[in-house]
Design a protein around this ligand. Structure first.
Ligand code: IPE
Ligand code: IPE
Ligand code: MG
Length: 230
Protein backbone atom coordinates (compact mmCIF):
# COMPACT_ATOMS: atom_id res chain seq x y z
CA UNK A 1 0.00 0.00 0.00
CA UNK A 2 1.60 3.22 -1.20
CA UNK A 3 0.05 6.48 0.04
CA UNK A 4 1.31 9.82 -1.28
CA UNK A 5 0.35 13.18 0.19
CA UNK A 6 0.62 16.69 -1.23
CA UNK A 7 0.79 18.60 2.02
CA UNK A 8 -0.75 21.90 0.95
CA UNK A 9 -2.29 24.80 2.85
CA UNK A 10 0.28 25.75 5.49
CA UNK A 11 0.42 29.38 4.34
CA UNK A 12 -3.35 29.87 4.30
CA UNK A 13 -3.68 28.15 7.67
CA UNK A 14 -1.24 30.69 9.14
CA UNK A 15 -2.77 33.67 7.30
CA UNK A 16 -6.22 32.80 8.69
CA UNK A 17 -4.71 33.31 12.16
CA UNK A 18 -2.81 36.45 11.26
CA UNK A 19 0.48 34.57 11.66
CA UNK A 20 3.53 34.48 9.36
CA UNK A 21 3.64 31.70 6.77
CA UNK A 22 6.50 30.02 8.56
CA UNK A 23 4.25 29.41 11.57
CA UNK A 24 2.06 27.42 9.20
CA UNK A 25 5.03 25.37 8.07
CA UNK A 26 5.96 24.71 11.69
CA UNK A 27 2.42 23.48 12.40
CA UNK A 28 2.67 21.44 9.20
CA UNK A 29 5.67 19.67 10.72
CA UNK A 30 3.48 18.50 13.58
CA UNK A 31 0.97 17.14 11.08
CA UNK A 32 3.83 15.21 9.45
CA UNK A 33 4.70 13.58 12.78
CA UNK A 34 1.04 12.62 13.34
CA UNK A 35 0.67 11.23 9.83
CA UNK A 36 3.83 9.14 9.95
CA UNK A 37 2.67 7.61 13.21
CA UNK A 38 -0.84 6.99 11.83
CA UNK A 39 0.46 5.48 8.58
CA UNK A 40 2.55 3.00 10.53
CA UNK A 41 -0.46 1.99 12.61
CA UNK A 42 -2.71 1.70 9.53
CA UNK A 43 -0.45 -0.77 7.73
CA UNK A 44 0.69 1.60 5.01
CA UNK A 45 3.89 0.22 3.45
CA UNK A 46 5.16 3.32 1.69
CA UNK A 47 4.33 6.94 2.50
CA UNK A 48 5.60 9.65 0.14
CA UNK A 49 5.20 13.21 1.38
CA UNK A 50 5.61 16.27 -0.85
CA UNK A 51 7.50 18.73 1.35
CA UNK A 52 9.19 21.10 -1.12
CA UNK A 53 8.78 21.22 -4.86
CA UNK A 54 11.46 22.41 -7.28
CA UNK A 55 9.05 25.20 -8.18
CA UNK A 56 8.87 26.30 -4.55
CA UNK A 57 12.28 27.97 -5.13
CA UNK A 58 10.19 30.68 -6.75
CA UNK A 59 9.07 31.82 -3.28
CA UNK A 60 10.88 34.52 -1.28
CA UNK A 61 14.25 33.40 0.08
CA UNK A 62 13.05 34.02 3.62
CA UNK A 63 10.35 31.37 3.23
CA UNK A 64 12.47 28.79 1.39
CA UNK A 65 15.35 29.05 3.84
CA UNK A 66 12.95 28.87 6.79
CA UNK A 67 11.26 25.82 5.34
CA UNK A 68 14.52 24.02 4.68
CA UNK A 69 15.71 24.87 8.19
CA UNK A 70 12.56 23.28 9.64
CA UNK A 71 13.15 20.27 7.47
CA UNK A 72 16.73 19.96 8.71
CA UNK A 73 15.51 20.17 12.31
CA UNK A 74 13.04 17.37 11.59
CA UNK A 75 15.78 15.20 10.11
CA UNK A 76 18.04 15.80 13.11
CA UNK A 77 15.37 15.14 15.74
CA UNK A 78 13.34 12.26 14.32
CA UNK A 79 15.66 9.41 13.19
CA UNK A 80 16.13 7.72 16.58
CA UNK A 81 12.36 7.74 17.16
CA UNK A 82 11.76 6.56 13.60
CA UNK A 83 14.17 3.66 13.91
CA UNK A 84 12.45 2.59 17.11
CA UNK A 85 9.12 2.50 15.25
CA UNK A 86 10.57 0.76 12.21
CA UNK A 87 10.31 3.85 9.98
CA UNK A 88 12.94 4.07 7.23
CA UNK A 89 13.57 7.67 6.12
CA UNK A 90 14.43 8.36 2.48
CA UNK A 91 14.59 11.84 0.97
CA UNK A 92 13.81 11.98 -2.73
CA UNK A 93 14.54 14.80 -5.15
CA UNK A 94 17.63 16.80 -6.10
CA UNK A 95 20.36 17.41 -3.56
CA UNK A 96 22.74 19.63 -5.52
CA UNK A 97 20.88 22.83 -4.65
CA UNK A 98 20.57 22.11 -0.92
CA UNK A 99 23.07 23.44 1.64
CA UNK A 100 25.80 21.10 2.90
CA UNK A 101 24.39 20.87 6.47
CA UNK A 102 20.99 19.79 5.11
CA UNK A 103 22.55 17.21 2.79
CA UNK A 104 24.53 15.83 5.70
CA UNK A 105 21.32 15.69 7.82
CA UNK A 106 19.61 13.78 5.00
CA UNK A 107 22.46 11.31 4.69
CA UNK A 108 22.66 10.77 8.40
CA UNK A 109 18.86 10.27 8.78
CA UNK A 110 18.96 7.72 5.97
CA UNK A 111 21.95 5.95 7.49
CA UNK A 112 20.49 5.80 11.01
CA UNK A 113 17.15 4.37 9.82
CA UNK A 114 18.50 2.16 7.02
CA UNK A 115 17.81 -1.06 8.92
CA UNK A 116 14.17 -0.22 9.73
CA UNK A 117 11.76 -2.73 8.25
CA UNK A 118 8.38 -1.08 8.82
CA UNK A 119 7.09 2.00 7.00
CA UNK A 120 9.23 3.32 4.12
CA UNK A 121 8.90 7.09 4.52
CA UNK A 122 9.90 9.03 1.41
CA UNK A 123 10.03 12.80 1.79
CA UNK A 124 10.19 14.77 -1.46
CA UNK A 125 12.44 17.82 -1.25
CA UNK A 126 13.50 19.90 -4.27
CA UNK A 127 11.43 17.39 -6.18
CA UNK A 128 10.01 17.73 -9.68
CA UNK A 129 8.45 14.69 -11.28
CA UNK A 130 9.08 15.99 -14.79
CA UNK A 131 12.76 16.59 -14.03
CA UNK A 132 13.06 13.09 -12.54
CA UNK A 133 11.45 11.59 -15.66
CA UNK A 134 13.80 13.58 -17.91
CA UNK A 135 16.81 12.49 -15.93
CA UNK A 136 15.67 8.84 -16.02
CA UNK A 137 15.14 9.16 -19.79
CA UNK A 138 18.74 10.40 -20.13
CA UNK A 139 19.96 7.38 -18.17
CA UNK A 140 17.82 5.09 -20.33
CA UNK A 141 19.58 6.10 -23.53
CA UNK A 142 20.89 3.02 -25.27
CA UNK A 143 19.24 0.64 -22.84
CA UNK A 144 17.03 -1.75 -24.74
CA UNK A 145 14.55 -3.21 -24.26
CA UNK A 146 13.32 -0.55 -21.87
CA UNK A 147 10.49 -1.89 -19.75
CA UNK A 148 8.33 -0.06 -17.23
CA UNK A 149 10.14 -1.90 -14.44
CA UNK A 150 13.55 -0.85 -15.72
CA UNK A 151 12.40 2.70 -16.21
CA UNK A 152 11.04 2.68 -12.66
CA UNK A 153 14.46 1.66 -11.40
CA UNK A 154 16.12 4.48 -13.38
CA UNK A 155 13.56 6.90 -12.01
CA UNK A 156 14.46 5.76 -8.50
CA UNK A 157 18.17 6.31 -9.22
CA UNK A 158 17.46 9.74 -10.68
CA UNK A 159 15.63 10.87 -7.55
CA UNK A 160 17.62 9.24 -4.73
CA UNK A 161 14.81 6.80 -4.01
CA UNK A 162 16.12 3.69 -2.26
CA UNK A 163 14.76 1.35 -4.87
CA UNK A 164 11.71 1.59 -7.11
CA UNK A 165 8.65 2.64 -5.20
CA UNK A 166 5.51 0.69 -6.00
CA UNK A 167 2.85 2.57 -7.94
CA UNK A 168 0.89 5.01 -5.81
CA UNK A 169 -2.41 3.50 -4.64
CA UNK A 170 -3.84 6.51 -2.90
CA UNK A 171 -2.95 10.17 -3.45
CA UNK A 172 -4.22 12.76 -0.98
CA UNK A 173 -3.98 16.53 -1.43
CA UNK A 174 -5.02 18.85 1.37
CA UNK A 175 -5.68 22.57 0.98
CA UNK A 176 -8.58 22.42 -1.47
CA UNK A 177 -6.70 22.63 -4.79
CA UNK A 178 -7.27 19.82 -7.25
CA UNK A 179 -3.98 19.44 -9.09
CA UNK A 180 -0.78 17.41 -9.00
CA UNK A 181 1.77 20.24 -9.06
CA UNK A 182 4.44 18.04 -10.68
CA UNK A 183 4.28 15.23 -8.08
CA UNK A 184 4.80 11.53 -8.94
CA UNK A 185 3.37 11.82 -12.47
CA UNK A 186 4.67 8.41 -13.58
CA UNK A 187 3.90 6.63 -10.32
CA UNK A 188 0.30 7.91 -10.08
CA UNK A 189 -0.91 6.34 -13.35
CA UNK A 190 -3.74 4.50 -11.56
CA UNK A 191 -3.75 6.22 -8.18
CA UNK A 192 -7.06 6.90 -6.48
CA UNK A 193 -7.26 10.64 -5.85
CA UNK A 194 -8.54 12.36 -2.73
CA UNK A 195 -8.78 16.14 -2.47
CA UNK A 196 -9.50 17.48 1.01
CA UNK A 197 -10.51 21.05 1.81
CA UNK A 198 -8.69 20.89 5.12
CA UNK A 199 -5.41 22.77 5.37
CA UNK A 200 -2.40 20.52 6.02
CA UNK A 201 -1.75 21.63 9.66
CA UNK A 202 -5.29 20.44 10.49
CA UNK A 203 -4.73 16.96 9.04
CA UNK A 204 -5.32 14.25 11.65
CA UNK A 205 -4.84 10.51 11.90
CA UNK A 206 -8.62 10.19 11.51
CA UNK A 207 -8.43 11.89 8.09
CA UNK A 208 -5.92 9.35 6.86
CA UNK A 209 -8.05 6.57 8.27
CA UNK A 210 -11.14 7.95 6.50
CA UNK A 211 -9.29 8.18 3.16
CA UNK A 212 -8.10 4.59 3.51
CA UNK A 213 -11.62 3.44 4.31
CA UNK A 214 -13.04 5.21 1.27
CA UNK A 215 -10.17 3.84 -0.84
CA UNK A 216 -11.14 0.28 0.09
CA UNK A 217 -14.68 0.90 -1.12
CA UNK A 218 -13.55 2.03 -4.58
CA UNK A 219 -13.57 -0.31 -7.54
CA UNK A 220 -10.13 -0.26 -9.17
CA UNK A 221 -10.29 -1.72 -12.65
CA UNK A 222 -6.96 -0.83 -14.29
CA UNK A 223 -8.73 -0.77 -17.63
CA UNK A 224 -10.40 -4.16 -17.20
CA UNK A 225 -14.01 -4.88 -16.21
CA UNK A 226 -15.20 -4.92 -12.60
CA UNK A 227 -14.47 -8.27 -10.96
CA UNK A 228 -18.14 -9.41 -10.95
CA UNK A 229 -18.68 -8.58 -14.66
CA UNK A 230 -15.42 -10.23 -15.68
C1 IPE B 1 2.39 23.64 1.52
O1 IPE B 1 1.79 24.79 1.97
C2 IPE B 1 3.85 23.57 1.86
C3 IPE B 1 4.72 23.89 0.72
C4 IPE B 1 4.36 24.06 -0.50
C5 IPE B 1 6.12 24.01 1.01
P1 IPE B 1 1.84 26.16 1.18
O2 IPE B 1 3.04 26.92 1.66
O3 IPE B 1 1.78 25.96 -0.29
O4 IPE B 1 0.52 26.84 1.70
P2 IPE B 1 -0.55 27.64 0.86
O5 IPE B 1 -0.95 26.77 -0.30
O6 IPE B 1 0.10 28.90 0.42
O7 IPE B 1 -1.66 27.86 1.82
C1 IPE C 1 2.68 21.74 -3.94
O1 IPE C 1 2.10 22.85 -3.32
C2 IPE C 1 4.03 21.48 -3.36
C3 IPE C 1 4.03 21.01 -1.99
C4 IPE C 1 3.00 20.75 -1.24
C5 IPE C 1 5.33 20.80 -1.42
P1 IPE C 1 2.18 24.30 -3.97
O2 IPE C 1 1.45 25.20 -3.06
O3 IPE C 1 3.60 24.65 -4.25
O4 IPE C 1 1.44 24.10 -5.36
P2 IPE C 1 0.69 25.11 -6.30
O5 IPE C 1 1.63 26.25 -6.56
O6 IPE C 1 -0.53 25.57 -5.57
O7 IPE C 1 0.35 24.32 -7.51
MG1 MG D 1 0.26 25.80 -1.63
Amino acid sequence: MHVAIIMDGNGRWAAARGWPRLAGHRAGGEAVRRSVEAAGALDVDVLTLYAFSSDNWRRPAEETSGLLRLFEQYLRSEPAKCLEKGVRINVIGRRDRLGAPLVSAIESAERITAAARGLWLRVAVDYSSRDAILSAAERARGLAPLTRERFGALLAQASHSQGSAPEVDLLIRTGGEQRLSDFLLWECAYAELFFLDKMWPDFEAADLEACLKDFRSRSRRFGALPVAAA
